[in-house]
Design a protein around this ligand. Structure first.
Ligand code: NIG
Ligand code: FE
Length: 400
């Protein structure tokens, strides 16, 4: 006897391409998918039966790169950029990431929690069941830990993977002392956060306005010593060889990649590092340097898509719009975009065995959609056809 079954649904399992099962049935027991197949083959029994009325069911969307916990916003910097200032110039003049750091340091844990929880409603409304959340707007011990505690608490609402991003920017009090700051991050902040069980992975911003290859390597070595996987903000504004560096450390993912070279792409393929594309940041910064999509495809590097939600470079609160932008700006196909927000995104978080596809034994995280074909998810701009979001077999949001 299964706990519940959804019938009268078309399933996009995302096991291989869309992996379509027309007129399917999907059963759930104890939070896991316990049966999936054609409805005509369903001969078992379930305590509850849900009629999906022809809706499509996909895996719950997985947003594998966000900075969802922060205070304040940077609308004034948006105005400055539209008047001609660049993102880098604003950062060098003491704005950018460190301006959000000032606001976040001043915010209470409750404020950070409630503002992020409110934001996450938008992800749930659009069928997302898993998000990654980074620290990196504290850049001191207490605020980094506070951000990570908030991220963990948000796990009651949506499945959360936390990422420590202490090496996001140089805080003002360390001006001119970047190496000392990296030592502080590695010796005092990261071990403390890891000891408290607050860290699932470690990230850094390897860029000329942030940290160089040697400093990033130090952070990665510390992560390794603590048994934590790594990922990297790589090659967003210039080519420092970040993607190759990430691959060389066996990173789960290398993210952004606008300036990555073919050699870096090859290194990613060899290491099994996922390419996380962030079209929201590309769009919002009015970038023109495209990531090397063709080379990534040619070398068979898995492509994930994420919102990169953050107040500076990507105030994007819509996973569906991220998929649309990946298609319009990066020329991904709608199938690649949906794979990038499900199967490959789960892999970028080390969750491939349990999340990102509809298969027996996987976590019962899925979304129901009022669409006639899965390509509509990436096609519509600003529409939200999500009818229900189900996490571990429980409806977390439903209009059906
Ligand atoms: O992923 N690139 C670095 N970090 C963020 C931007 C953070 C910010 O501007 O506040 C990103 O784009
Ligand atoms: Fe980011």
């Amino acid at each position: 006897m299964h706990d519940a079954v959804w019938i009268n649904a078309n399933l996009a399992t995302m096991r291989d391409g869309y992996g379509v099962i027309q007129d399917g049935a999907l059963a759930v027991t104890a939070g896991k998918i316990s049966w999936i197949g054609a409805r005509t083959a369903w001969k078992e029994q379930a305590r509850e039966e849900h009629d999906a009325r022809g809706a499509w069911i996909t895996p719950g969307l997985v947003d594998c790169h966000t900075h969802l916990v922060y205070a304040g916003n940077r609308a004034h910097e948006f105005e400055m950029r539209l008047k001609g200032a660049t993102y880098e110039e604003i950062a060098r003049a003491g704005g950018g990431i460190v301006s959000t750091v000032r606001a976040t340091r001043a915010a209470s844990e409750e404020h950070l929690f409630h503002s992020a929880k409110k934001r996450i409603g938008q992800w749930l409304r659009e069928g997302a069941t898993t998000v990654e959340i980074k620290s990196g707007y504290g850049l001191d011990r207490d605020t980094e830990l506070r951000m990570l505690r908030v991220a963990r608490r948000l796990g009651d609402t949506i499945t959360v993977k936390t990422t420590f991003l202490g090496a996001h920017a140089l805080p003002e009090e360390y001006r001119g002392r970047a190496d000392e700051y990296i030592d502080f991050v590695c010796n005092e902040v990261l071990p403390e956060a890891a000891k408290d069980g607050l860290v699932d992975a470690v990230d850094a911003f390897c860029e000329r306005i942030a940290f160089d290859v040697a400093q990033t390597t130090k952070v990665f070595s510390k992560a390794k010593a603590l048994g934590l996987p790594v990922k990297l903000h790589a090659d967003q504004l210039s080519d420092l060889g970040g993607a190759a560096l990430a691959a060389c450390h066996g990173a789960l993912s290398a993210d952004h990649l606008e300036y990555s070279t073919e050699n870096s792409v090859k290194a990613m393929q060899r290491a099994g590092t996922v390419a996380v594309l962030l079209p929201g940041a590309f769009y919002f910064l009015r970038d023109t340097q495209l990531p090397p999509i063709e080379a990534l495809r040619r070398h068979g590097v898995p492509l994930a898509i994420a919102t990169d939600h953050n107040p500076g470079s990507s105030p994007l609160t819509s996973p569906l719009l991220a998929m649309n932008l990946a298609c319009t700006l990066f020329r991904l196909t709608p199938e690649e975009a949906l794979t990038g927000m499900t199967r490959h995104a789960a892999r970028a978080l080390g969750l491939r065995a349990t999340h990102g596809t509809l298969e027996r034994g996987m976590q019962a995280d899925f979304a129901l959609w009022d669409i006639a074909a899965p390509a509509e998810l990436a096609y519509a701009i600003g529409a939200n056809p999500c009818l229900a979001t189900v996490r571990a077999g429980e409806s977390v949001r439903a209009t059906l």
